[in-house]
Design a protein around this ligand. Structure first.
Ligand code: DGL
Length: 281
């Protein structure tokens, strides 16, 4: 069984892609709706909340937990992987984040390669990154892209209110204004130059990808995290079949929330009509 964790409904964008890609596997999803949004919280709180969510998924039998959340990945993944998991009762299981596959897609460089390789050495593209306050202030995308592609210009933009507005099911006008302001701020930073690629570095943002498409220049390629995370997990499981072969579970998906299951379920069904009902975590 594979666990997927997010602060709220954002990780469902990733989970949905995983269910389509791996119909033979069992997934359990936990959305921490009682505490969403994470993006403006202090780092120590994000680490504690993420660890609590991961513990719950491991406790329910997940051998592998994917943080379907950029904020949790940027702030907590390394601490959980290196400082917590190995000494915990779940040593031997694993926690993965979603920054690595996104950086791999943005730089066309494997994560294990941390220095510029041909042709990235000559890559002078502009990459825009949209994320929560905490993801952007961690600098993780800037740092990891620059390591591999030092001549790429990384333009970062905080969209502080967007994940919360998506959770609150704000109307299109509100969401459009928030996305429009974020894109305008990016275009200001580039001096009007068209970004070659845009990373929607928050798993809530694919839910308003059309609005990003509307505001970004037509030539900007949007990197879709759900699909590229599914590609990356596919390769990971080929190298690490132990995380799925020892599982004694029926294929399919269970959705759990720390929040109000009816309210969360109604929002989820707006973009995933076939989503199963949420259960109380
Ligand atoms: N969906 C999350 C992310 O990818 C977090 C949004 C939030 O809780 O602020 O960053």
């Amino acid at each position: 069984m594979i666990g997927v964790f997010d602060s709220g409904i954002g990780g469902l964008t990733v989970l949905r892609a995983l269910c389509a890609r791996f119909p033979q596997l069992a997934f359990v999803y936990l959305g921490d709706h009682a505490n969403v949004p994470y993006g403006n919280r202090p780092s120590s709180e994000i680490v504690d909340l993420t660890r609590a969510g991961v513990e719950q998924l491991l406790d329910r039998g997940a051998r592998l937990v994917l943080l379907g959340c950029n904020t949790a990945t940027a702030v907590a993944a390394r601490t959980l992987q290196q400082d917590w998991l190995p000494g915990s009762q779940w040593a031997g299981r694993n926690v993965l984040g979603i920054v690595a596959p996104t950086v791999e897609a943005a730089t066309q460089t494997p994560w294990a390669v941390t220095s510029p390789q041909y042709p990235q050495k000559y890559n002078t593209d502009i990459v825009a990154v949209f994320g929560t306050f905490r993801t952007i202030s961690s600098g993780v995308y800037l740092e990891e892209i620059s390591k591999r592609c030092p001549k790429v210009t990384v333009v970062q933009q905080v969209c502080a209110e967007l994940a919360g507005a998506i959770e609150d099911n704000a109307g299109e006008a509100v969401l459009d204004a928030l996305v429009g302001a974020g894109v305008a701020a990016v275009m200001m930073q580039t001096g009007g130059a068209t970004p070659h690629r845009a990373i929607l570095g928050c798993t809530h943002f694919p839910l308003v990808e059309e609005l990003f498409r509307r505001h970004l220049p037509a030539a900007t390629r949007i990197l879709s995290q759900p699909d590229l995370v599914a590609d990356s997990l596919d390769h990971y499981l080929e190298r690490h079949p132990e995380y799925v072969t020892r599982v004694d579970a029926m294929p399919g998906v269970r959705l759990l929330t720390t929040g109000d299951r009816d309210r969360v379920g109604a929002t989820a069904r707006l973009f995933w009509p076939d989503a199963p009902s949420f259960e109380q975590a």
